[in-house]
Ligand binder design. Structure first.
Ligand code: ASP
Length: 326
């Protein structure tokens, strides 16, 4: 078995087959396992005194961010550099998009400069899907609008597994602004596929339509507006940021009502299992969706999620590159 394969539950070996990573909805469980195992190998690299391997030597990774980012952009850049790739960072303000160039023309220009892998964040849901057929380089989705954030879902899964071994059968409560959250959408796919029991909890105006349909795509996902029911016996509590930049007015009476009804604080966390972990993809609105003492408390995985993001993004860059060296 090479480093690009894993063994499925049925015993057959599964090879990496993705040219682009646009979301996790087209990943099989065995492919998710392959990412997890590769991330373990990357975690090992990151524990060495010199955190660098030659796997992507001679390859060029472009990060193209049309939206703000600290964690995702920084960790992709660190991940690519740890694998010895050359890295070029482009932001919307400094790109020819401001002069009217189309997205596809911009990406083709980056390929002409020498991009092997393009890591892109875009404010429009589906932007990557429109561009992907015209891009020969590997396209990696670092977030598209409200739609998907596959590397966040994979790093969240990786973090859960480091504490809980497997997520199969675990109750994962996702609380907050689910409607506008690409993190929630990718996590619902990924966690459901891996056997977790996902409960979504938000005020009715911040819940996406159609999630509680037993005949729908996610028959095992529970939806509730009652935070106590969501937190009861949860193994993992994932809080989400209020996406004020995406919100139309009128979805919430006010911040205070949201905080009093949906903030994860110590009292509410006591409803979850005693060993429940607390997660948040960041950036956190401290004392809005997550109380400061829980955010900085011992059950908070927020910084660990960020650290694991480097290993998981190294794994994806490595798998996409087709490199055989580690
Ligand atoms: N950083 C995550 C994202 O880009 C979560 C957030 O912004 O709230 O979607």
């Amino acid at each position: 078995m090479s480093g690009k394969e894993t063994v499925s539950q049925a015993g057959e070996s599964v090879a990496w087959r993705h040219h682009h990573v646009l979301d996790v909805d087209d990943f099989s469980t065995a492919e998710i396992e392959l990412v997890m195992q590769t991330a373990d190998a990357m975690k090992d690299v990151l524990s060495r005194p010199i955190r660098k391997v030659p796997a992507l030597r001679g390859k060029t990774v472009f990060t193209v961010f049309y939206e703000a980012s600290t964690r995702t952009r920084g960790s992709f850049e660190a991940a690519a550099k740890n694998l010895s790739a050359d890295v070029v960072n482009i932001t919307a303000q400094s790109s020819s998009v401001t002069k009217g160039e189309s997205l596809i023309d911009t990406l083709n220009t980056l390929e002409a400069i020498g991009a092997d892998i393009i890591v892109m964040r875009h404010p429009l849901s589906g932007a990557h899907y429109c561009a992907a057929p015209y891009v020969k380089a590997n396209l990696l989705n670092a977030g598209d609008g409200w739609h998907a954030h596959p590397t966040q879902a994979l790093l969240d899964l990786y973090t859960m597994r480091r504490h809980k071994m497997s997520v199969n059968g675990l109750k994962v409560a996702i609380v907050g602004d689910i409607k506008h959250s690409r993190v929630a959408h990718s996590n619902i796919w990924c966690l459901s596929k891996m056997g977790a029991k996902v409960t979504l909890c938000a005020p009715p105006t911040l819940l996406p339509a159609g999630m509680d349909d037993p005949q729908g795509r996610f028959p095992d996902v529970n939806v509730t507006t009652d935070i106590n029911a969501a937190l009861q016996d949860a193994d993992v509590v994932m809080c989400l940021r209020l996406q004020k930049e995406r919100m139309q007015s009128g979805l919430l009476p006010g911040l205070r009502e949201f905080t009093s009804g949906y903030q994860l604080n110590k009292e509410r966390l006591a409803l979850a299992k005693p060993d429940a972990i607390v997660m948040h993809p960041g950036p956190v609105n401290e004392d809005v969706e997550l109380a400061g003492d829980v955010l900085h408390g011992p059950r908070s995985m927020v910084n660990e999620q960020v650290a694991n993001g480097v290993a998981v993004r190294m794994a994806l860059l490595y798998l996409l590159s087709g490199s055989k060296e580690l």
